[in-house]
Design a protein around this ligand. Structure first.
Ligand SMILES: [Mn+2]
Length: 245
């Protein structure tokens, strides 16, 4: 599994933390998620991360506009392009949402940057991106399986090409159709039951082991993975989630 020294080496190779505030809420039925980036920025946590890791901050804002399907597609494309540009320059990229439809753009932008970085090198030198998705939901519905039709429940499907992206893309609350997709595509998944049984350390170890020691990782963290006790204002709270500990 990636150990602390490989993490330190990764950080030592970076000069910039690129923060993208994606104030989108058009992938979800309620508008509050778009205010997330500002609320988090006000805590000063980004500055703290940058200072601790000795990184300069590069800051972009993608502002929300009136929600239409076309607008959502265009924003995701723009966001994916920004993530790509920063990742391609070797920056540590932190995109802050917004609703989780942003995950389609963050994963595809990072994956493309990685592929371009290794383009022209030997097959064995090339690396594929590992994605760690921490969420109360699986977010792997396709437009066909989704009951709500909302994009924030589909980013994993778009990012992994299970569904063509709109342009062409317990666990605690997983739909039957999503369970089927997870099984069919052999996605390694851990539930809250697993976390409760084995503890979060073991689960993280197993997740990282599964991806392998040298795999570049994109983590996508949904605040609804926390128990509603800690994050009551998320759009779709689900009981019995992760504790702050
Ligand atoms: Mn999510």
């Amino acid at each position: 599994m990636p150990n602390i020294s490989s993490t330190m080496k990764f950080l030592a190779d970076r000069t910039h933390l690129a923060i993208i505030a994606a104030k989108f809420s058009c992938g979800a039925p309620r508008a509050g998620a778009g205010k997330g980036p500002e609320a988090i920025m006000q805590t000063g946590v980004f500055q703290e991360i940058a200072t601790k890791a000795n990184l300069a901050i590069d800051f972009d804002v993608l502002a929300a506009e009136p929600a239409t399907a076309d607008h959502t597609e265009a924003k995701e494309k723009e966001e994916g392009g920004l993530v790509y540009q920063h990742a391609r320059r070797g920056r540590l990229v932190l995109t802050v949402g917004g609703d989780h439809s942003i995950g389609a753009g963050t994963v595809t932008g990072t994956a493309k940057a990685l592929r371009d970085q290794f383009a022209g090198q030997q097959q064995q030198e090339q690396q594929e991106l590992g994605v760690l998705w921490i969420d109360a939901h699986a977010d792997i519905n396709t437009p066909e399986t989704s009951r709500s039709g909302r994009l924030h429940g589909m980013p994993v499907a778009f990012a992994s090409c299970l569904a063509p992206s709109p342009q062409s893309g317990c666990l605690r609350d997983v739909d039957e159709a999503e369970k089927e997709l997870i099984a069919r595509h052999q996605v390694k998944a851990f539930t809250m039951e697993d976390v409760n049984r084995l503890g979060i350390d073991k689960i993280m170890e197993a997740a990282l082991d599964h991806m392998g020691p040298d795999t570049p990782i994109h983590a996508s963290y949904d605040i609804d993975s926390l128990d509603p006790e800690w994050a009551p204002s998320t759009g779709f709270p689900v009981p019995a989630g992760l504790s702050l500990e």
